[in-house]
Design a protein around this ligand. Structure first.
Ligand code: G6P
Length: 360
């Protein structure tokens, strides 16, 4: 049952575990028996005719949008901007001639996102909502909806909706690429299935992350997540997860930004989690790890098979370089979960936060 914990102590753990199944469900929902994608023709046309995509979202959904930008730009060759919903109207960018607005929202009820939707509809622009709740406000008020098919997400900290958002954004990008006859040199749906299996192998190794937290997080007041390129976006999400539920002050940083200020925060034993899943930045993120380790940090590298080194704390299975965020985030979700658990925090209902924020 989707709305019951069953044998799980917390919804969050259950929802982390459900991610491989959600991936498979998304593949099944969006691909027919002839391996064709089943996207609404109107959405396909909207993507084909727009000259720029504006992604609007908040919180975790914003982090999914940052990764979605890469999918859409790299696969379907359309420029994309990603905006935090609550900031959009203060700093409205100069819009292109044929903008398409894409709202990403697990709940479909976030007031900050809705106010942008109202604003851009008044301006006459088309909108697509990517949501886990098809009958929600953002879904009803937009022209088009893509469903995440993640099943109800109960824990306040979003996990399976985030990975589902990225998967659906990847499918949207692939569908647009095919419509535009852009050839891809890999089978995206097969790669998504491989990513689902990789996720499952991680959720099967939960104890490793429990131990990592016991050994390294102790009573630390802060922690840092560093990464470059796509890994940086996943670090932003990893830090948000840890903040939300364990109340450890956590920040995600681009590896290259360390030297421009952040390094001053590194003290003896400060936990620093580095994500290293991208071949082209592997050397540079590892030199960042050395920089923080030389200043006493407790550096832990989460790398990907093929790029690993002996001292790495954890190695995720190899997946296509575009899809690493879907898998790379799982260790971070589990780290956050166990950190919160060991601190006696209310994992599913963190203080001061709401699952769906319907006020601006
Ligand atoms: C709240 C939740 C976050 C979520 C954000 C956006 O702050 O606590 O987990 O990422 O809203 O929610 P949405 O439903 O629009 O994705």
């Amino acid at each position: 049952r989707d709305t019951e914990k069953g044998t799980y102590p917390h919804f969050m753990l259950k929802e982390i575990d459900e991610q491989p199944f959600v991936m498979r469900k998304i593949i099944q929902k969006y691909q027919d028996e002839n391996n064709h994608l089943k996207l609404d023709g109107d959405i396909r046309r909207a993507m084909q005719t727009c000259d720029r995509v504006y992604i609007i979202a908040a919180g975790t959904s914003y982090h999914a949008g940052l990764v979605g930008k890469q999918f859409i730009e790299k696969l379907s060759n359309i420029p994309v901007e990603v905006h935090v919903a609550s900031e959009f109207s203060y700093n409205m960018p100069l819009l292109s001639d044929r903008p398409l607005f894409v709202f990403i929202s697990q709940s479909g009820e976030t007031a900050d996102s809705r106010s942008v939707l109202v604003q851009i509809k008044e301006m006459g622009h088309p909108a697509l909502t990517i949501t886990n709740v098809p009958g929600s406000t953002l879904s009803r008020e937009a022209d088009y909806t893509l469903n995440l098919h993640a099943g109800p997400e109960i824990a306040v900290a979003s996990t399976k909706a985030y990975t589902a958002q990225m998967a659906v954004l990847a499918i949207l990008a692939v569908d647009t690429a095919r419509a535009k006859e852009i050839a891809l040199d890999f089978d995206p749906m097969q790669e998504l299935a491989i990513a689902a299996n990789a996720m499952e192998s991680l959720t099967d190794q939960k104890e490793t992350f429990d131990e990592l937290v016991r050994d390294n997080f102790g009573t630390t007041r802060n922690a840092f997540f560093i990464g470059r390129s796509t890994d940086y976006f996943v670090c932003l999400e990893g830090a948000l997860k840890l903040k939300e539920i364990s109340y450890i002050q956590a920040e995600g940083f681009a590896g290259g930004e360390l030297k421009h200020g952040t390094l001053a925060l590194i003290e003896e034993d400060t936990p620093v989690i580095a994500l290293a899943t991208q071949e082209n930045v592997n050397d540079s993120i590892r030199s960042n790890v050395q920089e923080v380790a030389a200043r006493g940090a407790n550096a832990m590298v989460i790398s990907m098979h093929g790029l690993e080194q002996d001292t790495d704390a954890f190695v995720i299975p190899h997946v296509h370089e575009l899809l690493t965020p879907l898998v790379g985030v799982v260790p971070m979700q589990l780290l956050a979960y166990y950190a919160a658990l060991h601190r006696g925090c209310d994992v599913d209902k963190p203080r001061n936060l709401a699952k769906s924020v319907t006020v601006e």
